[in-house]
Design a protein around this ligand. Sequence first.
Ligand code: TYM
Length: 335
Amino acid sequence: KTRVLTGITTTGTPHLGNYVGAIKPAIAASQDPTVQSYYFLADLHALIKCQDPKRVQESRLEIAATWLALGLDTDNAIFYRQSDIPEIPELTWMLSCVCAKGLMNRAHAYKAAVAENEAAGNQDPDKGITMGLFGYPVLMAADILMFNAHKVPVGRDQIQHIEMARDIAGRFNHLYKGAYFTQPEAVVDDKVATLNGLDGRKMSKSYNNTIPLFVSEKKLQKLVRKIKTNSLEPGEPKDPDTCTLFQIYAAFATSEQTADLRREYAAGIGWGEAKNRVFDYLNEHLREPRERYQGLMEDPGHIERVLQKGADRARAEAAPFMDRLRVAAGLGRFV
Ligand code: TYM
């Protein structure tokens, strides 16, 4: 079977960008009988950015409830918390020991943090940068390689990390002379590789420009009205291809519906009306999952049981594989 794997960092409330970039393609894959899927809450990754235990705990529950509310079938998919699989941090260490430091120097997140220090005129370019942030791609490589995933559905921002995982996998196989790891491949939907947010920049927790998936109907309407548009008047033709509002619609609607709205843009639909159209569509599609989400948020016991079952299934694969890797590296038992 093809193995498909992806995770979401548990530092915030899941938003439309997470949905179109990762959750939607992941749930679709999990319904394919030729696929074995692995989806997880990346809560060890959360510690890199967030030292507020309440926030991490809350976000884990929200993200788990989101996957379930959107219809993830946890009998098919193996759905777990990263921190429930102790083999993952162990593998992270082994991979760290074969991963060139120079590779990590090139990671976008690290480079961005250094650039920020330099822009702020800090003497030390590494000021405030932890080993967690620096080694983040190695932990992510361990997530992926632990289950030898073939395909990793992600948004465009994660492609570099998957390339690094390929690099690290190759290095380990070479050094320990065996085909231990499969080379993973990123799966990126071109249409929505990067969904933009309220201000037209990439929708991101760190920009504070997100539309959370399960806000109330009222709040959703308010947020859709806040999406930045230009100052063209009703009657003037508008360009759908540079329009965040249109992009969001296209990420959810069918291709015929999208083509319809495209024609209306050309015919000069007013922004108010276009926003109403997009809101109505989103609201209609999110209503049922939103209700399920609210029910799930009130039943953490249920979510815990689902995750425990997932952890058992994940560890049933991870533990024997880790044994093999220990032996490969000379850490097997004496007898
Ligand atoms: P994270 O939590 O930042 O984002 C989760 C997923 O959502 C996608 N995404 C978007 N896609 C399109 N448009 C956007 N505006 C947008 N914002 C976020 C991300 O690309 C991602 O697919 N390091 C990862 C989590 C992770 C992981 C893994 C992913 C840890 N281990 C192993 C895959 C495999 C992260 O921080 O994603």
